[in-house]
Design a protein around this ligand. Structure first.
Ligand code: ATP
Ligand code: MG
Length: 428
């Protein structure tokens, strides 16, 4: 037999059982909030035809240029990609199933995404996004509602202060005028541009504003601002959204350099940022993408959405000392072998009928050994199904926690009433 012990794939993490509670808390809290705004779940496959993403994310982006896990299906030659993000896949699904015919959609999704990046804190090759898309609604009320909804999620997760940055990408003609001005400006400063910026100068100059290169910061700080090219309608859109966000008591800053860099993003863009996670401090990004649905083959309809990075939100909860824990079980059943074991199993079923989490000691072992396991399980009560007790038609129950008032002393109860008695102790 081979003795090789295998490792997981670099940049892709296991979720261990001790982390289950925090993952479930984040997802359940987010879902619970979104349901209060009328959102429903949607699930799409992890694989899509590559075109969905080259179209839906854009050719001249980090994701499509260098981060996608793409391969040819050896069975039929199809070009496939592990999804690097959710929006394009959701829009593909909505179009394919005509979900916007005479309707609007409020959708959420949660699941793994794949990007071939350099793994580091807060940046993985498989990571998880919780996201939402509001489709068929032109805004700006929906954009504002999305921000209010996210603010509620942070509050209910107890993650402390998360900063909101807002910007607008305006409408296409405004962006074109700004783009021309940007190209002119960068052409005049060509010597300062790095290789990537040179390459993007004519394909996606907006994205240059997003550079992390320290040598280019002065240059991009002084670049022409889209805000100065906005017409009345775009200004009105932004102003109305700001009004609603402010009315909800949410602080924000306008960051003119916040872009998503694609031609079909318009109006609202936003990010939620924390200072507690170092360089990877953006826990959520989103924006409006009105032209996207049509670009992916659907009837024209507006859309706006967000995606939050689950790993980053979870790490933030840890930084805030807000780590929910959950024991493995409520009741541990200790028993003798033979008929007692069968009775123990049936009693456990009665407890589970009442919603109680029960572990019946597996196999046979001495009482002392079983007690140790019961203590380690985190259970609140131990039930003893011993031959002696069962001979009198009874079992006994004992609290495993200090300060517990029910069954503080080991107490004998009839086998018939045991499930009810334990359930009553939980109800207290
Ligand atoms: P960044 O600038 O950090 O690369 P991005 O613009 O690529 O982020 P989006 O595509 O907007 O990120 O994804 C939304 C959110 O998903 C991010 O704000 C972040 O919280 C999370 N995220 C993105 N990439 C990763 C990754 N490789 N590992 C973990 N989380 C990620
Ligand atoms: Mg990225």
């Amino acid at each position: 037999m081979s003795k090789e012990k295998f490792s997981g794939v670099k940049g892709m993490n296991d979720m261990l059982p001790q982390d289950a509670a925090i993952w479930q808390t984040v997802q359940q809290t987010a879902v619970n909030v979104l349901e209060r705004y009328g959102y429903q779940e949607i699930r799409t496959p992890i694989l899509e035809n590559t075109k969905v993403f080259t179209r839906g994310v854009g050719e001249v982006t980090d994701i499509v240029e260098k981060e996608m896990y793409s391969f040819t299906d050896s069975m039929n030659g199809d070009q496939l990609t592990l999804r690097p993000e959710g929006t394009s896949a959701v829009v593909r699904c909505v179009n394919e199933n005509n979900l916007l015919y005479g309707a609007t959609q409020r959708l959420w999704y949660c699941g793994p995404m794949f990007r071939h990046e350099r793994p580091q804190r807060g940046r993985y090759r498989q990571f998880h996004q919780f996201g939402a898309e509001a489709l068929g609604m032109a805004g700006p009320d929906i954009d504002a509602e999305m921000i209010v909804m996210l603010n509620r999620i942070w509050k209910e997760l107890g993650v402390g202060h998360v900063r909101l940055e807002l910007n607008t990408l305006g409408a296409l003609p405004e962006r074109q005028a700004h783009r021309d001005a940007l190209i002119k400006y960068f052409e005049a400063n060509r010597d300062v541009l790095d290789e990537e910026a040179q390459r993007r100068l004519y394909t996606n100059p907006l994205r240059i504003l997003d550079t992390k290169n320290p040598d280019m910061q002065d240059l991009v700080n002084a670049a022409p601002r889209l805000l100065d090219y906005l017409g009345e309608e775009s200004r009105g859109f932004l102003a109305r959204m700001e009004e609603m966000v402010s009315a909800a008591g949410i602080d924000y800053t306008i960051n003119p350099r916040l872009v998503r860099g694609l031609d079909y993003y318009n109006h609202t863009v936003f990010e939620w940022i924390t200072e507690k996670l170092g360089a990877q401090g953006t826990i959520c990004g989103g924006g409006r993408y009105d032209p996207l649905i049509e670009m992916l083959g659907g009837r024209p309809a507006p859309g706006v959405g967000f995606a939050m990075g689950m790993e980053r939100v979870i790490e933030l909860m840890r930084e805030c000392g807000n780590v929910p824990t959950r024991t493995q079980t409520d009741v541990y059943v200790i028993h003798h072998d033979g008929d007692a074991h069968v009775k123990a199993m049936l009693l456990a079923e009665q407890l589970r009928d009442r919603g109680i989490r029960v572990i019946v000691h597996p196999g046979t072992a001495g009482m002392k050994n079983q007690m140790k396991k019961a203590d380690a399980s985190g259970a609140r009560f131990a039930v003893f199904a011993t031959e002696d007790e069962l001979a009198g038609g009874n079992v006994s129950v004992k609290s495993l926690r200090e300060g517990e008032t029910s069954f503080a002393e080991q107490t004998t109860v009839s086998l018939e009433s045991a499930a009810e008695a334990v359930a009553n102790a939980f109800a207290k």
